[in-house]
Design a protein around this ligand. Structure first.
Ligand code: EPU
Length: 339
C-alpha cells in the first residue's frame, strides 16, 4: 500500500500510488482476478515511465511489468522473430538486435522506456516506427483475464497511436510479450535530414547499421536531455496535422517552417511552433520548456506534476491563441480524477 512513483517516472514526480503491483511473469496476473482492490479500483499500466506525467497522487492500482525475457523464437535464412517481455528496456532490445545482426529497429536506438510501451505509443524516430518491424503481441484483458494475441492489423497503429490508446481500451490490456520480425539483411534508412547531414559531415563512407545507430544516438544525445540527469518525458506534444489551407497560411507567415504532405493532410513541427511563440527556454519555477528543444518539458528540480501540467496547458493555449493550432499531448497525462 502507498508507494512513491518517483523512481518509476522520468519526470521524477513524487506521486503516491495507493496500490502498486509488480508482474514478473504471466502467472502473477492470474491471482489478480480475485483481488478486490484491482476489481474495484481504477488501474494504470506503467511501463518504463518515460512518457508519463503523474499530475497528482494515484488513487488506484499501478501494474508494472518486470517480464524481462528476451530471445529469438523463430528464424529463417531471411529473418528472425525476436520476442521480448514487456518489462525489457526498449534499448536493450535494440542492442540485442544489433548484436545478433538483425535489422529494422536500429534507428530507434536510445529511446527510453519499456518494450511494453513501444506498441502502445507506436514509438518512432529518425524515419522509422516500431510498427515497421512489429509482428505480434500477447496481452491479458484485465476485465476477463483472457490472454489474446494481437496481430499488427489488430493493433491499429497510427502516429504515436494504437488500439490500446483508445479510451475504451486504455489500461484494459496488460501486455506481456511483444514480437518483432527483424531482417537478416541490412536496409538502412538514413533519409531523415539530421541523419543525412551527420553522415555527410562525418564523411562516413562504409555505413552499416551499427554505425548508423551510433550516429543517431549522438544526434539524440545532442538534442534530448539525459534522463538520468534531467527530469523529462521526451517529446511532450505530438507534431500536429493541418489542412492544405492552414499549411499554405503557415508557409506564408514562416518561410522556413518544416512542413510536409502526409496522406490527405500536412504534418508540421510542434517544436518550431512553440519556439515561434517565444516559449523556448520559458520557465515557471522548476517547470520549463527545454532550451535545446522546445517540444520537451523539463522538471528542473522540484516541479510538481500539477506545475508541469499547468505549464503544458499554457503552451497549448499560447500556440492556439497565436497560431490557431491545437497541440495534442504525446505524453500520457495521469490525473487522479480520471481513469
Ligand atoms: N525544431 C525547432 N525548434 C526546436 C527543435 C526543433 O524549430 O526547439 C525544428 C527542427 O529544426 C526540425 C523540426 O523541428 O526542423 C523537427 O525536429 P526534430 O528532428 O528534433 O524532430 P521532432 O519532430 O521535434 C520527432 C519525434 C521525436 C523523435 C524525432 C526524430 C514526435 C512527437 N517527436 O521530434 O520523438 O526523436 O522526431 O525523429 O514525433 C519522442 O517521441 O519522445 C521523441 C523524442
Amino acid at each position: 500500500m502507498f508507494e512513491s512513483l518517483k523512481k518509476y517516472n522520468s519526470f521524477h514526480i513524487d506521486s503516491i500510488a495507493k496500490y502498486f503491483v509488480t508482474i514478473e511473469n504471466e502467472q502473477d496476473l492470474v491471482p489478480l482476478q480475485n483481488n478486490d482492490s484491482l476489481v474495484k479500483s481504477k488501474k494504470f499500466i506503467l511501463g518504463g515511465g518515460a512518457n508519463i506525467l503523474f499530475v497528482d497522487d494515484f488513487d488506484g492500482m499501478i501494474l508494472h511489468s518486470q517480464i524481462n525475457d528476451l530471445s529469438i523464437i523463430e528464424e529463417t535464412s531471411d529473418y528472425a522473430i525476436v520476442q521480448a517481455g514487456s518489462g525489457c528496456k526498449w534499448d536493450d532490445l535494440v542492442e540485442f538486435a544489433l548484436s545478433n545482426n538483425l535489422y529494422g529497429i536500429e534507428n530507434l536506438i536510445s529511446i527510453p522506456g519499456s518494450v511494453g510501451a513501444a506498441p502502445v505509443q507506436n514509438i518512432g524516430a529518425y524515419g522509422v516506427e516500431q510498427q515497421d518491424s512489429f509482428y505480434s503481441l500477447d496481452a491479458f484483458d484485465l476485465d476477463t483475464f483472457k490472454k489474446t494475441t494481437f496481430s499488427k492489423a489488430d493493433c491499429k497503429f497510427g502516429y504515436r497511436d494504437s488500439f490500446f490508446k483508445a479510451p475504451e481500451n486504455n489500461n484494459k490490456y496488460f501486455i506481456t510479450q511483444v514480437r518483432y520480425k527483424l531482417s537478416k539483411r541490412e536496409q538502412l534508412n538514413c533519409d531523415y535530414k539530421d541523419v543525412k547531414e551527420a553522415i555527410s559531415k562525418k564523411g562516413i563512407k562504409n555505413l552499416n547499421a551499427k554505425i548508423l545507430s551510433q550516429v543517431i544516438s549522438e544526434i539524440r544525445n545532442s538534442k534530448l536531455p539525459n534522463l538520468n540527469e534531467i527530469g523529462c518525458a521526451g517529446s511532450f506534444f505530438k507534431n500536429p496535422f493541418v489542412s492544405a489551407e492552414k499549411a499554405e497560411e503557415l508557409k506564408s507567415i514562416y518561410n522556413d517552417i518544416p512542413i510536409y504532405k502526409n496522406g490527405d493532410s500536412y504534418k508540421t513541427s510542434a517544436a518550431y511552433l512553440i519556439e515561434k511563440c517565444g516559449l523556448k527556454a520559458y520557465r515557471e519555477g522548476d517547470a520549463g520548456v527545454y532550451d535545446r528543444h522546445s517540444l520537451i518539458l523539463i522538471n528542473y528540480g522540484k516541479a510538481s506534476g500539477r506545475e508541469l501540467f499547468n505549464l503544458s496547458k499554457k503552451v497549448q493555449n499560447i500556440v492556439m491563441e497565436k497560431i490557431g493550432i491545437a497541440l495534442e499531448c504525446e505524453a500520457i497525462i495521469v490525473e487522479s480524477d480520471k481513469k
